[in-house]
Design a protein around this ligand. Structure first.
Ligand code: ISL
Ligand code: CA
Length: 580
């Protein structure tokens, strides 16, 4: 059996502070706003609250550009507010984890200011500085051809000290030099130990596999000869010292009772991931795999559409379920976060007639899989994507805007190319999840702030139908259904949390019907079935599960012989399974 841990059983809820709840009507969510909704989260069944970056930051990348790890972004509140938040979460018997963004800092961080001040600065080596290269005409070029994650070259020229610095994200997010030991120690002290001492229960670790780069910083393969920079993830992800660095971080955490979940993008070799998450290796408790959320987008080149089917979705969703079986590793279960579109819109249907059943279906599936469940704010009420009618001006994300501008520049503002850019933003933009949380239906600003205030980001029109107010206590609502699923998961935790995953896909199963099983240590079994389509599908309980009883149904009526569009069910029983 698996070792029991609070962070395996706990359900995590991700809060995006800017968009969760504004307590003082400046249009920006804040820490007092979060505190005011903790009872709501507790009632939902949440055990662990994850707060996206709330640290001091110029907000070039929504706080993923930190200028002081030990201070709070002013509009969000004060250090005292933050201590109160930690206490208020703990008072309710819940835990709290913070975002740990340590691949880079803001260019406004004192360390970088010092580093850029002179080549002789004691902190020069805390960031990655390199001299320019020159072409045959004497034109100055960056040290290599890497492209950053935000479309532009990954190097920025510093006129004062006449060198380039590396930033795999925005120029305002210079990469820290993890090869410098003094720098690593400072990171551990200020960003980790400081908060652990304040009682924080762990971290969601940003870009966890990017700290070690290929030492020679070689050119990336030229994929697009017309572009000035190239995709280079292979050179800045999973470098040679990654495991060493993560082991070091683990030692910092060891004296505390914590959880860690690392964001592990651009990693397609499961052996590498396995080393990060194997308990015996003492690196990370779990990672966010990108297999599912990368569907429809090209890794590293998100807006390049990659067609996929529901069959692919099923495959990617179940991949890590099987991979961790029989190992000491643990995994995550999530479909949404602040970097992704809404799951209903992406993987099911957000049409009015289907969206509630879609949301319930996804809830049934997530709550019965193995791994720590992460719910992103608004997912519990079935929030959906931004509509196609919103113009680029309503998008706020640096990644979206850089992409749009790059297309504009490269095509001289060709209207078709720009329309295409908007179409892809509407599918895979990061803004979809960043709109204000929908607390109420009748007020213009959805109860995020009062109607007299102006929210920092436009509110979705769909808040009139999709909001907390009209779902709380309404028995057939998405919100109440989520509550029920979380309760069910906990009531049957030996089965759904710690149970053995059983692949039940058979050759004759419909491509759009998902089936999987679980088995607990006492031999009790479950079968989850979900029709991820807008059509009815014929389906009957397999012979070996004849005696199983229906534990969960997502629709009002359940029919023998077929599943309704977006219907999901869970059966439990003890029948001996054939090939099970
Ligand atoms: O989302 C992505 C792939 O689908 C990547 O482009 C993403 O940038 C990558 O996963 C890293 O994300 C994290 O670090 C970024 C920040 O912008 C994201 O919000 C954060 O989740 C830089 O700190
Ligand atoms: Ca506010």
């Amino acid at each position: 059996g698996r070792e029991h841990k609070w962070w395996k059983e706990g359900v995590v809820y991700q809060i995006y502070p800017a968009s969760f709840k504004d307590s003082n009507d400046d249009g920006i969510g804040d820490i007092p706003g979060i505190i005011s909704q903790l009872d709501y989260l507790q009632d939902l069944g949440i055990d662990i609250v994850w707060v996206s970056p709330h640290y001091k930051s110029p907000q070039v990348d929504m706080g993923y550009d930190i200028s002081d790890y030990q201070d709070i972004h002013e509009p969000y509140g004060t250090l005292e507010d933050c201590e109160e938040l930690i206490k208020a979460v703990h008072d309710r018997g819940m835990r709290i984890i913070f975002d740990l963004v340590i691949n880079h800092t803001s260019d406004q961080h004192a360390w970088f200011q010092e580093s850029r001040s002179s080549k002789n600065s004691p902190k020069r080596d805390w960031y990655i500085w390199r001299p320019a290269k020159y072409d045959e005409n004497g034109k100055r070029l960056p040290p290599n051809n890497w492209r950053s994650n935000f479309s532009k070259p990954a190097w920025t020229w510093d006129a004062q000290t006449q060198e380039y610095y590396l930033h795999v994200f925005a120029p305002e997010q210079p990469d820290l030099n993890w090869d410098n030991e003094e720098c690593r120690k400072a990171i551990y002290e200020t960003s980790m130990r400081f908060w652990l001492e304040k009682g924080v229960d762990g971290f969601r670790i940003d870009t966890v596999n990017m700290y070690s780069k290929v030492p020679t910083l070689p050119d990336a393969p030229i994929k697009d000869p017309t572009a000035e920079s190239q995709l280079a993830q292979v050179h800045y992800c999973n470098g040679p010292r990654m495991h060493e660095f993560l082991s070091e971080m683990h030692q910092v955490l060891e004296p505390y009772d914590t959880m860690t979940v690392g964001e592990c993008a651009f990693t397609f070799d499961s052996n590498i991931v396995m080393e990060y998450i194997s308990a015996a290796k003492k690196q990370l408790d779990m990672v966010f795999h990108f297999d599912v959320v990368d569907l429809g987008q090209t890794p590293g080149s998100r807006y390049e559409h990659r067609p996929y089917t529901i069959k692919d979705f099923k495959y990617e969703l179940l991949k890590w379920q099987s991979l961790i079986e029989g190992t000491d590793a643990w995994t995550t279960v999530f479909l949404e976060n602040h970097d992704q579109g809404r799951s209903i819109s992406r993987f099911a249907s957000d049409l009015p007639e289907f969206r509630e059943s879609s949301a319930k279906l996804l809830s049934v599936v997530l709550a019965t899989l193995t791994g720590t469940i992460f719910i992103y704010q608004g997912q519990e009420i079935g929030m959906i994507n931004i509509p196609a009618t919103w113009p680029i001006e309503d998008y706020k994300d640096i990644k979206a805007i850089s992409h749009y501008n790059r297309i504009k520049q490269r095509t001289n503002g060709n209207p078709e190319a720009l329309a295409e850019a908007m179409r892809s933003l509407q599918i895979v933009g990061r803004d979809h999840s960043r709109v204000p949380m929908q607390w109420e239906g009748t007020s213009k600003n959805a109860g995020f702030c009062s109607d007299a205030a102006t929210p920092w980001m436009r509110v979705l029109e769909s808040h009139e139908e999709i909001n907390v107010e009209n779902q709380l206590g309404r028995k057939d609502s998405v919100l109440e259904f989520w509550k029920k699923m979380i309760k069910t998961r906990k009531n049957y935790k030996d089965l759904f949390v710690y149970g053995t995953f059983k692949q039940l896909e058979e050759n004759n199963i419909d491509d759009k019907v998902l089936v999987f099983g679980k088995e607990d240590s006492q031999g009790q079994r479950s079968l989850t079935v979900a029709n991820i389509s807008t059509e009815e599908k014929s389906w009957t309980l397999p012979d070996w599960a004849r005696g199983y009883k229906l534990l969960i149904q997502s629709t009002e009526d359940v029919h023998d012989g077929h599943l309704l569009p977006f219907e999901a069910r869970v059966y439990i029983g003890r029948g001996v399974a054939n090939g099970y």
